[in-house]
Design a protein around this ligand. Structure first.
Ligand code: TMP
Length: 234
């Protein structure tokens, strides 16, 4: 499916239309941002690596009956996807405490939660993607009760599948962010990307950080961490 025009450019990806109105091309960029765009930089080869990692993970999830937007990888840094009507929501899952929850709740990084914590954020850059309650989601008509229930169930299933997948590769899936949308067939599908930009991964033996926290916290070895994740899942 040939690329037509650029229809959206985000912080880490571009979306292009194709001749088929239901199919888009999602291209991964090397650009990296953190803290709602306040910190900017580039991670060499990130676009190519994240395209491969996301492809592998979508294929894995699809093989376990999770509907996603993924159709096929079409180039080194791009994939063909189904066009979805996206919910203006980010769904965050936390298995282990890291990042914003440590500050918000004053808990130590590394605290293991007995069961996964699920959070919704309102996807609005101008507001800084704030935390949102289920009641507010309903009030703002961002999703209805049935959709929220399906998104919750899919998210927990995705977490169970991914946690197991990564643990087999000696990686702890600390937390991650998902985005969902509705496809032409009216089904709710997982969209966006799954990569070290949107997940936290720690080596299961050493707890070494192997994700975008290396960029956020200026830990160095950012490219190597992304390469390491790719090599463990390939
Ligand atoms: P947080 O600790 O900053 O709330 O992030 C939780 C997880 O969600 C972490 O794996 C990074 C991911 N995330 C995104 O992918 N995009 C975002 O805009 C934010 C805030 C977090």
């Amino acid at each position: 499916m040939g690329i037509e025009t650029l229809i959206y450019e985000g912080k880490a990806k571009k979306l292009f239309s194709t001749k088929d109105e239901n199919i888009l091309i999602q291209e991964f960029k090397d650009d990296a941002t953190a803290f709602n765009g306040q910190k900017k930089g580039q991670i060499l080869n990130k676009g190519v690596i994240n395209n491969q990692i996301s492809t592998r993970l979508y294929q894995y999830l699809e093989s376990h009956f999770i509907s996603t937007h993924f159709l096929k990888k079409v180039s080194y840094n791009a994939m063909e996807i189904r066009k979805l009507k996206m919910f203006k929501l980010e769904v965050i899952v936390r298995n282990i405490a890291a990042g914003s929850i440590c500050k918000r709740e004053n808990i130590a990084e590394g605290t293991v939660f007995p069961s996964p914590l699920l959070e919704f954020c309102y996807k609005d850059d101008s507001l800084g993607d704030p935390f949102i309650t289920t009641e507010e989601i309903l009030e703002k008509k961002l999703a209805n009760a049935k959709e929220i229930e399906i998104i919750r169930k899919m998210t927990l299933k995705i977490n169970a599948l991914l946690k197991d997948f990564f643990l087999r590769r000696n990686l702890k899936l600390v937390d991650f962010k998902l985005e969902f949308g509705i496809g032409k067939d009216k089904s709710i599908r997982l969209g966006d990307e799954i990569s070290p930009d949107t997940c936290r991964f720690w080596d299961a033996t050493t707890n070494e950080k192997l994700d975008k926290d290396r960029f956020r916290q200026d830990l160095g070895g950012v490219e190597n961490a992304y390469e390491e994740i790719l090599s463990r899942i390939s």
